[in-house]
Design a protein around this ligand. Structure first.
Ligand code: ASP
Length: 327
């Protein structure tokens, strides 16, 4: 026992000396990637977005400092972003072609590889909470539409009328697209939210929540609720949350591919994320990704002009940024 403690201490001291000590905790969030320009976003808007990202990060940090589990942090932090009309998740969800809001979300735990997701739901106020309930309280991984709502009701989650998700700006985005008869315009989808966490126990968790893409049709489901596409976590490698043009993320198996590159090719988390973003660019897809590995190393990569993003680590690193050249 004594030898064991000594070896542990030695590893810790050596690790710290070499700069490889695991971060005690890390939280990384995103609020969507897309076409963003400094000219089109006023100073007030930037302040508003950054303040909301900061509020979410500080809540997460406070929970982590007090020993909260990664899963609880991911859900609470995403709840804050879902309740804000600024982001394309929960309250600020984009509109479908038919003028309603249909939401997707998923969550995954790195320790157990447990996962839960809801897709195409119209009346669950906080889809990430429903995704967690699917993970913890059902024998399934993904529930959709009316069935998912029924389950959420049974779990005592808050149900709201679809018009709760109405925001004038998202509605106008749809009208503009319909008028222009354009299939999609990437800037209108901006604002999916995601969170990845390493907690004090060394466990990873990832979650993603979205309204999908403006003008989506026929019950379209994106990558966000698909485990391995928009969300993935494995304590052996990393936790990943994605935002961008979902069809590409599904085809690439984006989040799982990052984990696989770390596991099978020995890439670092940022190398793996960069390589995956390169694959996305090669297909002409757009978007971004956040990730944290089991040691607390983080990656925030995107091939768009901006991504709402931020992180805090136990060792005191912190940043909140929007545009590509912000840091
Ligand atoms: N990935 C989301 C979707 O395709 C949208 C986004 O992140 O902007 O539904």
């Amino acid at each position: 026992m004594k030898t064991k403690s000594f070896l542990f201490l030695l590893a810790f001291v050596l690790g710290s000396f070499l700069g490889h000590a695991r971060e005690k905790y890390v939280i990384v969030i995103h609020g969507g990637a897309g076409v963003m320009s400094k000219e089109r976003m006023s100073e007030e808007q930037r302040i508003e977005y950054k303040a909301k990202l900061n509020e979410a990060l500080l809540l997460g940090e406070d929970m982590l400092k007090n020993g909260a589990a990664a899963t609880d942090v991911v859900v609470k932090v995403i709840n804050i972003l879902e309740d804000s009309p600024l982001f394309n998740a929960g309250k600020g969800a984009v509109f479908t072609h038919d003028g309603v809001n249909e939401l997707d979300a998923s969550i995954m735990e790195g320790k157990t590889l447990n996962a839960g997701a809801v897709a195409g739901v119209r009346d669950i106020k906080n889809p990430i909470s429903a995704a967690r309930a699917v993970m913890d309280k059902s024998e399934h991984v993904m529930l959709s539409g009316i069935g998912a709502s029924e389950f959420a009701k049974q779990q005592g989650l808050e149900i709201v009328p679809n018009k709760y998700f109405y925001t004038e700006s998202r509605y106008q985005s749809l009208q503009q697209l319909l008028k222009q008869e354009r299939e999609r315009e990437k800037k209108d989808n901006m604002g999916t939210v995601g969170c990845v966490v390493l907690d004090t126990e060394g466990n990873l968790c990832a979650g993603t929540s979205t309204g999908g893409m403006t003008n989506k049709k026929y019950g379209r489901i994106g990558d966000a609720p698909i485990i391995g596409a928009g969300t993935y976590a494995n304590n052996l490698t990393c936790a990943v949350s994605c935002t961008g043009h979902g069809e590409y993320y599904i085809r690439l198996g984006f989040a799982r591919d990052i984990s696989a590159m770390m596991e099978y090719k020995g890439l670092s988390v940022d190398e793996a994320c960069r390589e995956e973003i390169n694959k996305l660019s090669a297909m002409d897809g757009t978007g971004g990704v956040i990730a944290v590995d089991a040691e607390g190393n983080i990656a925030l990569e995107f091939n768009t002009s901006g991504m709402f993003r931020g992180y805090i680590t136990a060792s005191g690193k912190k940043d909140i940024a929007i545009f590509k050249d912000d840091n």
